[in-house]
Design a protein around this ligand. Structure first.
Ligand code: F0G
Length: 482
């Protein structure tokens, strides 16, 4: 193994090279290649992000979707059961039998007529891809199974991440279930919901809370990982994104391999949007799909770096040469003004998304758009998802709120098929949910009004009743008549 800095040593029994895959710099002008058994998160030559690329002359690509359908009859095999590894033929960066699975990716794409009406499309056109069903309760497990497998492949003993909560919950879960590696997680102070923090603590991860926000934790964890040779599992790690491609494969599988018109996804560190773009680009190259759906990435208004750069400043991928000066200028201005991300959707409260460049590329591949939504719009959409679909955490509901705006603008037509990604489980962040539905004005003010949320028009208030049979019966009968 060629060592990139001080990195964990390879186990002697690890097969050195898996011939079908390599790491490649995403900058077309550079294109430097690295073996898959190297641990790195950036190109040595030019500092750009890396992709995992495949040499299809060394491993036969899947020629039809039937390859994956056949795996269903073999789901007694954990790698055929896994919603990530049953698509191994589309991410063959290491031997499938060595891949780690904890049963990730058993997710559901369901049609939600109620949410469809809210968004403004025909009721049968709105689909919710519910990633909250993953073992740790968010989409992160798709990527974690891939990064964690790679970490094992290269013999890592410790894995680290910075997190707004879900990545850390996922890493902590993989570590505790498999007992292969110790998890070290970095979180910002007061920036993580209790649901997510409780997971990291309960699964026994070494949890380091630093003063600062996610961006501070993100830059610190990179430094610490370099210093101590710890394997980094944030989505800056290209193997993570290979796992996250499979969310799109499962969407297609659920639609019997028909391509939807729109994929709508919340944007934070921009790993998902980048992975989805790559998934569709590759499927198109392989001839498994004949058209690529459009992508809408939705920022919270209080954390809208991508929106500002793309929609306000006109920054584009531009054949691998995005306007770096403009991007740098934006960040300098942000720092000079002391502007820090702030949103009730704490999962996406991020100033400097690490996958920005990959996301710009995905927007180009998928003729993408970016929108921002307020915390009010996020919570109203979340209440609609809860009432007419499966519940989700605030960040996830940004997708539904964003789809609604795009329909109103006429960008999404009412008869187009739209898939909104619900990235995390409802129970990840009950504080925001209870504050929205509560009677308690003080609690509402404390949690929501301070963030510009003025009303809760879809609130389902608990009914206060005396503990008396007749009174209770009266309430139930009255409610039943409505
Ligand atoms: N939704 C949820 C529930 C998330 O946890 C995240 C990211 C996103 C959306 C944004 O996804 O980064 O791929 O654009 N959470 C990270 C974390 C940052 O640390 O758990 P993205």
């Amino acid at each position: 193994m060629k060592n990139a800095g001080r990195m964990p040593a390879l186990r002697k029994d690890t097969p050195i090279l898996y011939p079908s895959a390599f790491q490649r710099c995403i900058s077309p002008a550079c294109g430097a290649a690295y073996d898959v058994d190297e641990i790195r998160v950036a190109c040595d030559r030019c500092g750009s992000l890396l992709d995992i690329a495949y040499d299809w002359s060394k491993v036969a690509p899947p020629r039809s979707w039937k390859v994956f359908e056949d795996k269903w009859s073999r789901r007694g095999d954990p790698h055929c059961f896994s919603g990530v590894w049953r698509f191994h033929d589309l991410l063959p960066f290491m031997p499938v039998e060595q891949c780690v699975t904890v049963g990730e990716g058993q997710t559901l794409l369901h049609v939600s007529p109620a949410v469809g009406r809210y968004v403004g499309v025909k009721p049968d056109r709105l689909h919710l891809q519910y990633e909250g069903m993953n073992p740790s309760g968010s989409f992160k497990d798709n990527g974690m199974s891939a990064a964690f497998s790679h970490a094992r492949f290269v013999g890592a003993k410790k894995a680290a991440c910075a997190s707004t909560g879900n990545t850390s919950a996922s890493l902590a879960l993989y570590s505790s279930v498999t007992q292969i590696m110790q998890a070290v997680i970095f979180i910002g102070s007061g920036k993580i919901s209790y649901g997510k923090l409780s997971q990291a603590l309960d699964y026994g991860a070494l949890t380091i809370q630093i003063q600062g926000d996610f961006d501070d934790a993100m830059s610190r964890v990179q430094e610490v990982s370099r210093e101590l040779g710890i394997y980094l599992v944030n989505s800056i790690n290209p193997f993570r994104l290979e796992g996250q491609k499979t969310i799109m494969y499962r969407v297609l599988e659920a639609l019997q391999w028909q391509v939807p018109d729109w994929i709508v996804v919340p944007g934070g560190n921009l790993g998902n949007s980048s992975a989805f773009g790559k998934a569709f680009y590759e499927l198109h190259q392989l001839g498994l799909i004949t058209r690529i759906p459009r992508l809408a990435v939705i920022n919270a208004g209080g954390a809208r770096t991508l929106y500002d750069l793309v929609e306000k400043n006109g920054v584009r991928w531009n054949d691998g040469q995005p306007d770096l000066d403009r991007i740098e200028h934006y960040f300098q201005e942000m720092d000079a003004a002391g502007r820090r991300a702030s949103t009730i959707a704490s999962a996406i409260e991020i100033n400097r998304p690490v996958n920005l460049h990959k996301c710009l590329r995905a927007l180009e591949w998928c003729r993408g758009v970016v929108r921002q939504v307020s915390d009010q719009e996020i919570l109203d959409a979340k209440a609609q998802v809860g009432a007419g679909g499966m519940g989700c955490e605030p960040a996830s509901a940004a997708s539904v709120a964003g789809a609604k705006i795009l329909v109103k603008e006429g960008v999404i037509a009412p008869d187009e098929r739209v898939v909104c990604i619900l990235t995390g489980h409802e129970l990840k962040d009950p504080t925001a949910t209870v504050a929205y539905h509560t009677h308690d004005a003080k609690y509402f003010d404390e949690v929501l009004r301070s963030r510009g949320v003025e009303h809760a028009k879809f609130a389902n208030r608990a009914v206060q009743v005396k503990n008396d049979l007749a009174e209770i019966v009266k309430v139930i009968e009255e409610r039943g008549r409505r």
